[in-house]
Every structure is written in structure tokens, then in C-alpha cells.
Design a protein around this ligand. Structure first.
Ligand code: UTP
Length: 310
């Protein structure tokens, strides 16, 4: 069992081998993790988040049809020379950003057999230390500090830490759901810390233990690898990380939850993707003012639809 005195997490694993069926046909040829959120791939925001949190060693778990991801994090000397000749320093810097932000390694999953199976491919890279997992299509706003909070909880309490979001009971059947001990422990900038007592993947709404959903950030004990090796395919015929975490809880390994109170976008979901692009673009200094002015007029002309403001 990990103890609070074990070495803090230093490595990040980003699984990007999924098929992205919710975003077809775009994802037939383009990995969903490379779809641009304004002018940068979703995945670049995620690598930057890992680096900001003090995890500059990143392993991406890729698969067939995802080689564009390796190209994106590689140098492109001819492009750099062309930009240098033009004296386009800003664009040159933006091209360098993707290669300089972190040390990125790759391993192949072979077959998309589920998130648990993807994480298992990272065992040799991770070794015997706690590590972070960031899902390649789950974007956390850079102004919120979810991963930092999770790393702090892991360093203090040991075990594993998962990110949770209250999605409302009516939506919980699309997520992994958790049971938690009543009463919260501490709050970190509005994010509460809870003790997880059970996990279940995509439960029917009337059987869900709570409305708290697992979202795409984890800080895991290396003990999860042994459990994953023994985990049979579960929901959807996939090896589920949620099932392995449920086994850890049953074995008495501590699993904590950080209930996120900030901004999160599932860029693998078309509607959430559109919200991410509009929100982040409208807040930027360069694109924000003309976009906000256009949005204002556009929205004023729209018929009311009774939509939520989230
Ligand atoms: P998702 O369930 O969102 O990915 O997995 P998916 O299967 O690609 O999506 P849809 O539902 O078909 O649209 C979350 C993350 O885990 C990765 C995905 O790439 C995504 O970043 N993943 C999923 C893997 O790396 N391998 C898998 O076998 C499954």
C-alpha cells in the first residue's frame, strides 16, 4: 500500500488511443485529441496542464490512426526555417511551444480495449511510483488548479486520487459514479476532498450511488497495475479503470476524490467542444473583442430555446 511518505508523482500518462466514435466522421482521419480548440489542439492544453502541475515527463498511449499526434509533438525543421526566413517570430514561437513544453514519450495500445487497458500500457514507464493520468479529450480550464489539488492530496494522504464532478443524477449514467463517505474533509480553493467508498461504471440512474461523476484526471498508486492485469472486461466489453479502482477500494487501499468546482470541457463531445471553443476564444485578447461583438448580435437574433447557461 502507498504511504503518504512515498515519493510524489512526477510522471503523467495521457491515453489517446480511443476511437472517438462520438465525433465521427471527423475522427475517421483526425484524432479527436488534435481537434483545434481555437488554434491549438485540445491535447496541447492537456500537456501544458501536466507541465504546469510539475509533471514534465509525459507518456502518451497511442494507437492505429494516431500518428499525427506523434508528428505534432515532433520538430518540423522545414516549417521552422520557412518562418525564420519570413521573420515571423510569433508563429515560430507557437510552433516551438508544442515540442518544448514537456518530454513526450509514446507507447502503442495495439487494440482499443478500454481505458484500464490503455493505462496498463504505461506500467514500464511509470515503475513503482504514483503517477497522474490525464484524459486526452478532457480539458480543464488553465485558471483552475484541479491537478495541483489532486497531487497535493496524494502527497499528503497516499493512495489514489480521482477527480469528481457533480453532473446531476439525470446525467450520471454516462459516467463512472462513486459512493463517498458522508461529510467532506477539506476544501482547496472551493474543491472539496472526499473519501471514496465504491465506484461503478455507467450505472442506471436509479442505481447510481450519487450524482458525483469521475472526470478525466487521476493520480494513481502503482498498485493499480497489478489490479488492472487481473481486471476482466466490464461495461461495453472494455477493461475499465473504474473497475480496477473499485477493486482497490475493496482491498482497503485509500481512494480520495477531489470534487471539482471549476470549468471543464469534454472535447470528445460535440456540444461541449463547441462550448469550449466559443468560451476560450471569447476570453482571448486577440480574438475576444470582435468575437464577443459578433456573438452579441448573433444571440440577439436567435429564437429562445430554453437552453441552460452552463
Ligand atoms: P473515451 O471513452 O472518451 O474515448 O475515453 P473514446 O472511446 O475514443 O470515445 P467515444 O466514446 O468513442 O467517442 C477517454 C480517453 O481514453 C482514451 C481515449 O483516447 C480518450 O482520450 N482511450 C479510450 C484509450 O486510450 N484507449 C481505449 O481503449 C479507450
Amino acid at each position: 500500500m502507498s504511504s503518504p511518505t512515498s515519493r510524489p508523482a512526477r510522471k503523467a500518462v495521457i491515453p489517446v488511443a480511443g476511437m472517438g466514435t462520438r465525433f465521427l466522421p471527423a475522427t475517421k482521419a483526425v484524432p479527436k485529441e488534435l481537434l483545434p480548440v481555437v488554434d491549438r489542439p485540445a491535447l496541447q492544453y492537456i500537456v501544458e496542464e501536466a507541465a504546469r502541475a510539475g509533471l514534465p515527463e509525459v507518456l502518451m498511449v497511442t494507437g492505429r490512426g494516431k500518428s499525427a499526434i506523434e508528428d505534432f509533438f515532433d520538430r518540423v525543421p522545414e516549417l521552422e526555417t520557412a518562418l525564420e526566413k519570413k521573420g515571423d517570430a510569433d508563429r515560430l514561437a507557437s510552433v516551438h511551444e508544442s515540442t518544448e513544453v514537456a518530454q513526450v514519450h509514446f507507447v502503442r495500445q495495439g487494440e482499443a480495449r478500454g481505458l484500464g487497458h490503455a493505462v496498463l500500457q504505461a506500467s514500464a514507464f511509470v515503475g513503482d511510483e504514483p503517477f497522474a493520468v490525464l484524459l486526452g479529450d478532457d480539458l480543464i480550464d488553465a485558471r483552475d488548479h484541479l491537478l495541483e489539488h489532486m497531487l497535493a492530496v496524494q502527497a499528503q494522504h497516499g493512495g489514489s486520487v480521482i477527480a469528481l464532478l457533480d453532473v446531476g443524477r439525470e446525467n450520471i449514467d454516462k459516467y463512472g459514479a462513486v459512493a463517498v463517505e458522508p461529510g467532506t474533509q477539506t476544501a482547496l480553493e472551493g474543491d472539496e476532498v472526499v473519501t471514496v467508498t465504491g465506484l461503478v461504471e455507467k450505472p442506471p440512474v436509479d442505481e447510481a450511488p450519487s450524482s458525483l461523476a469521475i472526470i478525466g484526471r487521476y493520480v494513481l498508486s502503482p498498485a493499480v497495475f497489478d489490479v488492472l492485469r487481473e481486471t476482466s472486461p466490464g461495461r461495453g466489453g472494455e477493461i475499465q479503470l473504474t473497475d480496477a479502482l473499485a477493486t482497490l477500494v475493496e482491498r482497503g487501499e485509500p481512494v480520495h476524490g477531489v470534487v471539482f468546482s471549476g470549468r471543464r470541457y469534454d472535447t470528445g463531445d460535440r456540444l461541449d467542444y463547441l462550448k469550449a471553443v466559443i468560451r476560450l476564444a471569447s476570453e482571448r485578447d486577440d480574438l475576444g473583442p470582435p468575437l464577443r461583438a459578433w456573438l452579441h448580435d448573433f444571440v440577439a437574433d436567435l429564437p429562445a430555446e430554453g437552453a441552460s447557461s452552463s
